[in-house]
Design a protein. Structure first.
Length: 72
């Protein structure tokens, strides 16, 4: 069953998913009633790796720079 938690000192949330013996994470932000999925990875330690957190923050910055009217 998935679990969600707020990542300390950021505006990001982490969706935690366990499948078989694997643990996966999806970092996201709730922005204007939209879930913006920023980064997904397989987690091997208890702490969220800094490189994965930085990747999500970088993508969030790019998303916010484009504005609400962005369409791919």
């Amino acid at each position: 069953m998935p679990h969600i938690r707020k990542i300390k000192n950021t505006e990001l949330w982490e969706l935690r998913i366990k499948h078989s013996s694997n643990i996966f994470r999806i970092l996201f932000k709730d922005y204007n009633n939209t879930f913006v999925l920023l980064h997904g990875f397989q987690k091997k330690d208890n702490k969220t790796p800094k490189k994965d957190l930085n990747m999500a923050l970088k993508r969030l910055k790019k998303y916010l720079e484009r504005g609400d009217n962005y369409e791919p």
